[in-house]
Design a protein around this ligand. Structure first.
Ligand code: GI1
Length: 445
């Protein structure tokens, strides 16, 4: 492929704490809402938990050596809030903080840039019991936690992500109850979302006094296409676009929420004070883009609160998550960000696919569909770069097969297969492909 990727483009892979670390309560760590959720019968497929996951907590240094052998420029990981602050606030757990310091130092020793996500969904139970993200104090709790990490690691971590996918924290967490803490309520999500945005802004403000590197928010984005040209489907796809794509970014970039949200939530949508809206206006240094697929939308007046449903195209290739393989949507998303928000610096902080991979044969795991998915999406990113998008990096989700939230370990996104019997990491064909892509600075895609 013609190589539009600049030499300083950062190629990476991403994970998150609860999904790979295991040992959730080791060395003084406090439990998270995901530890509690996974241990609640019926919440996770097969009642699986993150108690072991990929045992990364005990294998981190070997895993960094594996990342170096793969050839990563950057590694995106998350910090478990409860490891560092077992009660979510107050006393620091030195052993928890030291784990992350060792991880960061090992990455730097291998010339891999750390990209640290402060919050990837694992709120300390102690804070949840004080109302969690519903508590108006939650932004201050988060900013204090962020400051602890900025002071401890700020000089060594060049990229910070405050919150991973505030939309997923809000909607599956508080509206439809699929993810922790499993609430199902129409009035909670707007307040949770607002507190998450305030938390992001407060953490960025603290960082501006302490840090000299880059900080941003990672958002899940999904272009919405009407299933038919009917006015009802067009209106439904516009509403779903506001609900998924513009809710948080418009707040961040413009200091206002899309007007569709008041229609969607109706009486559950509060009047936010102007001062508070001004406070959430916070561009940060970059936007982290998590892209997987598009939404094909049909109007469904009886499906509250959106009045829309996402269809699965009958003629499309699907991943095992049921998501359509749609690489064009990545180019569309990147161009949309360029045009709507004045070309902000972007990192693709997640892109990948779950497929049922075969067992290893002669130590090799063949995953041709994931190779094809990654190649197509890297090429789609290149198309956006060629049209002036300020794209600066790409992270595959994920480095390892890991704990896929409510799906447990049944959905595999990894470049490496992890043998549950002995935690052996086995590179898949996609790892070999991605190594070539990185070594050729994108040309091998
Ligand atoms: C609609 O997909 C979301 O953007 C999304 C997909 N994913 C995510 N967000 C999360 O950030 C990861 O923790 C998941 O493991 C990963 C795969 O499901």
């Amino acid at each position: 492929m013609a190589v539009p990727f600049p030499d300083d483009f950062l190629w990476g892979a991403a994970t998150s704490a609860y999904q790979i670390e295991g040992a959730p309560l080791a060395d003084g760590a406090g439990p998270s809402i995901w530890h509690r959720f996974a241990h609640t019968p019926g919440r996770v497929a097969g009642n699986e938990t993150g108690d072991l996951a990929c045992d990364h907590y005990h294998r981190a240094l070997d895993d960094v050596a594996l990342m170096a052998e793969l050839g990563l420029d950057v590694y995106r990981f998350s910090l478990a809030w409860g490891r560092v602050l077992p009660e979510g606030r107050g006393a620091v757990n030195r052993r928890g903080l030291d784990f992350y310091a060792r991880l960061v130092d090992a990455l730097l020793e291998h010339d891999i840039q750390p990209m640290a996500t402060l919050y990837h969904w694992d709120l300390p139970v102690a804070l949840h019991e004080r109302g969690g993200w519903l508590n108006p104090d939650s932004p201050h709790w988060f900013a204090d936690y962020a400051e602890t990490l900025f002071r401890a690691l700020g000089d060594r971590v060049p990229f910070w992500i405050t919150i991973n996918e505030p939309w997923v924290v809000t909607v599956p967490g508080y509206l439809d109850g699929q993810l922790a803490p499993g609430h199902r309520d129409l009035f909670e999500p707007p307040r949770v979302a607002h507190h998450l945005l305030l938390a992001h802004a407060e953490a960025v403000a603290v960082y501006r006094t302490l840090g000299r590197q880059q900080i941003g928010l990672a958002v899940n984005l999904e272009p919405q296409h009407p299933a038919s040209p009917s006015p009802a489907d067009l209106e439904a796809s516009r509403r779903r676009d506001a609900f998924i794509n513009r809710w948080f970014l418009d707040a961040l970039m413009f200091g206002r929420y899309p007007e569709e949200l008041a229609d969607i939530f109706g009486p559950a949508w509060p009047e936010f004070p102007a001062k508070s809206l001004e406070q959430i206006r916070c561009r940060g240094d970059f936007v982290g883009v998590n892209y997987y697929s598009r939404g094909l939308v049909r109007a469904a007046p009886d499906v509250a609160p959106l009045g829309a449903v996402r269809l699965t195209p009958s003629d499309a290739e699907l991943t095992t998550m049921g998501w359509e393989v749609y690489p064009k949507g990545l180019t569309e998303t990147l161009l949309w960000l360029r045009d709507r928000y004045a070309n902000p610096p972007l990192y693709i902080t997640e892109n990948g696919a779950a497929f049922d991979d075969p067992p290893p044969r002669n130590g090799r795991v063949e995953d041709p569909r994931r190779v094809a998915y990654l190649r197509a999406h890297i090429r789609a990113a290149a198309k956006a770069l060629e049209q002036g998008v300020d794209l600066r990096g790409y992270c595959v989700w994920s480095l390892f097969d890991n704990f896929e939230w409510a799906e447990g370990y049944s959905k595999c996104f990894g470049l490496y297969q992890v043998d549950p019997s002995d935690q052996t990491r086995r590179p898949k064909a996609s790892a070999r492909f991605y190594r070539e892509v990185m070594a050729s600075r994108g040309a091998a895609a």
